[in-house]
Design a protein around this ligand. Structure first.
Ligand SMILES: NC(=O)c1ccc[n+]([C@@H]2O[C@H](COP(=O)([O-])OP(=O)(O)OC[C@H]3O[C@@H](n4cnc5c(N)ncnc54)[C@H](OP(=O)(O)O)[C@@H]3O)[C@@H](O)[C@H]2O)c1
Length: 222
């Protein structure tokens, strides 16, 4: 893949796991952080193909921007980068709106005015191609770089072209099958499925539950 991928909040568990997987597949990755040194340190840990930047610098010129910050920081972070995102860039939102954002439980969802965290992102970035993806890919599993994942990546959005690019990105991760899950309206379903996985992790005392969809023709692509 030629496109530069920026991971905003790429110093965190999910962002650094995704960044490491993309870098391992040969993609040029920029780790974004509120703190330049923190980003550079995270990029050093990943090694080849990866550089560290402030969030705004990371997204400038990137073709795909993946945002992996807690819900409580999503709006503020999007506002901090929206002036720097290249026209035509795709924003991939992986936020799971969990009650823990307001001091509640990690396995409970919050209902957002826009319907989902991804739709909230779309409202904050009018005109951007927002795609919801990666909610079910466990950070713990992503970090085990020598092991393929055992999980489908359900992807939704309103731009077929943007979804196709994110399908291609997701399938760079060994073991991941990307599935087109429809319009951005469906993001609430993807985010809920991630909350279900968190709840299963807690109940079954594991950290890497994932999901596979059966019965689809020709993989998950349309
Ligand atoms: N963990 C998973 O398995 C998983 C799976 C799927 C989706 N997700 C979603 O991905 C997002 C990130 O999850 P995570 O587990 O990677 O979280 P995390 O480890 O806490 O990392 C989040 C990153 O967000 C940045 N951030 C910006 N503003 C923040 C604030 N006010 N408070 C805390 N961090 C802030 C931090 O980067 P800087 O300090 O460098 O700016 C931090 O490294 C969440 O929305 C989560 O629902 C997580």
């Amino acid at each position: 893949m030629e496109t530069i991928i920026a991971v905003v909040g790429g110093t965190g568990a999910e962002g650094s796991g995704l960044a490491a997987r993309f870098a391992k597949a040969g993609v040029q990755v920029r780790i974004g952080s509120r703190n330049l040194e923190k980003a550079q340190e995270a990029a050093r840990r990943i090694g080849s193909q990866t550089t560290g930047h402030t969030n705004a610098d990371a997204v400038a010129g990137a073709g795909i921007v993946v945002i992996t910050v807690p819900l409580s920081a999503q709006v503020e972070t999007l506002k901090s980068i929206r002036g720097s995102i290249a026209p035509g860039a795709i924003l991939v939102d992986a936020t799971v709106p969990l009650e823990i954002a307001i001091g509640g439980r990690v396995s409970r969802m919050l209902t957002l005015w826009d319907g989902s965290a991804a739709q909230q992102a779309a409202r904050l970035l009018p005109g951007a191609a927002v795609v919801a993806a990666f909610h079910a890919l466990s950070a713990e599993a992503l970090a085990k770089l020598d092991h393929p994942l055992d999980c489908d990546a359900l992807i939704c959005g309103d731009s077929a072209e943007a979804k196709a690019a994110v399908v291609q990105l997701a399938e760079l991760i060994p073991g991941v099958r990307a599935i087109d899950a429809g319009p951005l309206d469906n993001a609430r379903l993807l985010e809920s499925a991630a909350a279900l996985l968190i709840s299963l992790n807690l109940r079954h005392k594991v950290k890497e539950s994932g999901m596979r969809i059966t019965g689809l023709k020709s993989g998950g692509h349309l």
